[in-house]
Design a protein around this ligand. Structure first.
Ligand code: PSU
Ligand code: MN
Length: 307
């Protein structure tokens, strides 16, 4: 095991015994939601994973250590510090670790640390992708490159239309990342169940998700798999309403010249304000929904890989 990695006793025991474990990211805590809802959500996501038979492993970098499994105190610390914690993607790891600093892990870095620890399933809300206007800005999330190379199944609620969904799907196709719709042929768009774009495959059960991932690993194909799980109907938002909020948020980010890693957190906070907090409610519910599916899928994977 590499000396920078620290697996919590509970996660380590579960992995040794072949029990299901689900990884969770920490940028959603520090940069994705405001305090204190961020901490409350992170803790209830962990509880949901336990209630559904798996062990949660919230991943973060604390004092230069790559943590697979955070304590409630560590989650509170990251949530309270919020955007003052460095949002850490792949390129940030070497310096943060060498300096012994803290970092909130994005989808990309959560996948990296999960894979180091031997965790194969990861639940989150949304992934980064190809931003609108990327044909000139070249703003393409490192999350997509990570999906191309690191063997972790990422369960999300699709991609938000702060991104260019069509280009995000093209990029994933080029990189050989399977995009699965859970119970749907259509890519969900995070706050809404529909986007107008098709996924590559529809799978309907955790068993099928586990079997596809297992086959990928057995063939020695590198990279992960993206599972898109639509937000439950009762929490989904009106498409015109949320898309208008997203358009306004993007217009403001352009006026202010927001760039690079600040873009996604800025847009999320703006959309929450524009919608009077409704987007945050939807966001919380979809993460819980993904946590349930991830726990069941990790249990199937533990069974079908005999480990
Ligand atoms: N989308 C969300 N909530 C989030 C993020 C994306 O709905 O919190 C975070 C995730 O951590 C994701 C990161 O990995 O933003 C992508 O940032 P960027 O676009 O800078 O790669
Ligand atoms: Mn970016």
């Amino acid at each position: 095991m590499n000396k920078h990695l620290e697996i919590s006793p509970e996660v380590s025991k579960a992995l040794q015994e072949g029990k299901p474990v689900v990884a969770l990211e920490s940028t959603i805590i520090s940069h994705g939601m405001p305090y204190p809802q961020n901490v409350q959500t992170a803790l209830s996501v962990e509880q949901t994973i336990r209630d559904n038979g798996a062990v949660p492993a919230t991943i973060a970098i604390i004092g230069g250590k790559l943590k697979a499994g955070c304590t409630p105190e560590e989650i509170e610390y990251l949530g309270k510090k919020g955007q003052a914690v460095t949002k850490a993607s792949r390129r940030d790891l070497p310096v943060i670790v060498a300096r012994g600093e803290d970092g909130a892990t994005t989808v990309a870095t959560t996948m990296i640390i999960a894979a180091m620890a031997g965790i194969r399933v990861f639940a989150t809300g949304g992934i980064g992708g190809v931003h609108r206007g990327a044909e000139t800005t070249m703003d393409i999330s490192a999350d997509l490159e990570e999906l191309a190379q690191t063997p972790v199944m990422v369960i999300c609620a699709g991609a938000k239309s702060i991104l260019d969904l069509g280009l995000t799907l093209e990029y994933l196709e080029t990189k050989g990342v399977p995009v699965i719709g859970y119970g749907t042929e259509e890519l969900p768009a995070f706050y809404t169940r529909k986007s107008g774009f098709k996924v590559d495959y529809r799978l309907d059960t955790p068993e099928e998700l586990a079997a596809a991932f297992q086959a990928k690993v057995e063939m020695g194909l590198q990279g992960g798999m993206l599972v898109t799980n639509p937000i439950p109907e009762q929490y989904s938002m009106d498409a015109d309403y949320i898309n208008a909020a997203i358009d306004r948020a993007i217009a403001k980010s352009r006026e202010l010249g927001i760039k690079g890693k600040e873009t996604t957190p800025f847009l999320l906070a703006e959309i929450k304000d524009i919608t009077d907090g409704h987007s945050l409610e939807a966001n919380i519910e979809l993460v819980l929904n993904n946590a349930r599916l991830a726990a069941h899928t990790a249990a199937c994977l533990a069974k079908c890989s005999g480990k």
